[in-house]
Design a protein around this ligand. Structure first.
Ligand code: NAD
Ligand code: WQD
Length: 349
């Protein structure tokens, strides 16, 4: 693996920056392509400070085919981890074209450039949000898909496109078949243990953990708990929270597996990246209060439309095929979120 180059789209973002740390520490050369639409270059300076290693950064949009073609020609990556994308569910309902253009068209351009350069190893950031309604709250990879908003559908469409690209290799045998891992993330939270990189949402956070952290530090006054009448153990929604460092370690494992005999003839497979257990909103609040010693001011509000009562991963396939499972617990996730929040109360300024 030493000296192999991995191209990371969206590498300046929350999950991408943590992936860059792990890649550099594992001995890969890292090339980041990010248009900085939802990130700051400071995150990449911090990645280099944490690791003591350098990476190459191109400020470019993945939809810019000439720019991307030039980067591939210059850097000769052997694999791509594709994080670049827009991810706000509410915004995707208001601006679906933006989401399909950025996420779906962006991936079309990226895969076309990869194909032209014969770079056929791809790890894609998918999401548990691609799953449809299910009678069980524990989701396995073979459960029916059925995203319910444009963001989720953009991920599901990309999965379809990537499966089709791989299936076409069977019809047109090639020396360089596609080797693709669709990693379906559950709820990534937490930050690098250094507190130097973390999640830096624009404006008021949509997601629970950054919201709770901003209430704890006094930037926001009160958390709304969206519903306490779900059929769960305490009535609040249950999710499978996963430490971002555990999550990105799954990508490092996936790169190695795509490069192994298992994928010698190519393939495209989905893997859940989750802990396999869920925590309720009230359990997250309690954990935050215990770890930080702060009281979280909250009120019970109506349910948020589109929310499920309970959703957590069946992570057995990732264990079996990628030899990956989570190592960190809820206290680690909360402590690392708080460490990042207190060291960077205004994010990357
Ligand atoms: P993020 O917004 O922090 O990172 C995404 C990065 O991609 C940003 O740096 C942004 O500037 C860049 N980007 C967006 N569009 C681009 C384009 N057209 N060209 C180049 N760069 C572009 O988000 P994140 O939380 O780090 O998420 C990374 C990926 O994981 C996304 O694809 C997201 O959909 C997916 N995902 C995230 C979560 C989550 O809860 N954070 C859950 C499941 C899946
Ligand atoms: C978690 C729980 C809320 C905020 C979202 C996206 C999904 C994926 C991850 C990318 C739920 C409750 C939340 C608040 C609350 N992203 N909550 N008050 O909805 O599971 O997933 O992020 O792929 O696509 O939909 O995460 O953090 O928003 O919510 O009570 O202010 O916290 O109702 O039960 P979610 P979340």
């Amino acid at each position: 693996m030493k000296n192999k180059t991995v191209l990371v789209t969206g590498g300046a973002g929350y999950i991408g920056s943590h992936a860059c740390v792990e890649l550099l520490q594992a001995g890969y050369k890292v090339v980041v392509v990010d248009n900085l639409s939802n990130s700051k270059p400071e995150s990449l300076s911090r990645v280099q400070q944490i690791t003591g290693k350098t990476l190459t950064f191109y400020q470019a949009d993945i939809r810019d085919k000439p720019a991307l073609t030039e980067i591939f020609a210059k850097e000769s990556p052997s694999a791509v981890i594709h994080f670049a994308g827009l991810k706000a569910v509410g915004e995707s309902c208001a601006q679906p074209f933006l989401y399909y253009h950025n996420n779906v068209y962006g991936t079309l351009v990226l895969t076309e450039v990869m194909n032209n350069a014969n770079v056929k190893q791809l790890i894609f950031s998918s999401s548990a949000t691609v799953y449809g309604e299910s009678s069980s709250p524990q989701y396995s990879e073979d459960f029916p898909l059925g995203a319910i908003n444009p963001y989720g559908r953009s991920k599901a469409m990309i999965e379809d496109i990537l499966r089709d690209l791989s299936a076409a290799d069977k019809l047109n045998p090639t020396e360089f078949p596609w080797k693709i891992a669709l990693l379906r993330y559950f709820n990534p939270i937490g930050a690098h243990e250094s507190g130097m990189i973390g999640e830096d949402p624009n404006g008021i956070p949509n997601n629970l953990m950054p919201y709770v952290a901003q209430v704890a530090i006094g930037k926001l006054t009160q958390l709304s708990v969206f519903g306490d009448d779900y059929p769960t153990r305490d009535g609040t929604g249950i999710r499978d929270y996963i430490h971002v460092v555990d999550l990105v370690k799954g990508h490092i494992k996936a790169i190695a597996v795509l490069d192994s005999d298992k994928y010698a003839t190519g393939g495209c497979n989905a893997y859940n990246l989750g802990a396999g257990r869920g925590y309720s909103v009230l359990e997250i609040i309690n954990a935050f209060e215990k770890v930080t010693g702060k009281t979280i001011n909250y009120k019970i509000s109506p349910r948020r439309s589109g929310d499920l009562a309970e959703c957590f991963a069946n992570p057995e396939l990732a264990l079996k095929e990628l030899n990956w499972k989570v190592e960190k617990n809820l206290d680690d996730m909360v402590a690392d979120t708080w460490n990042w929040q207190t060291k960077n109360p205004q994010g990357y300024v």
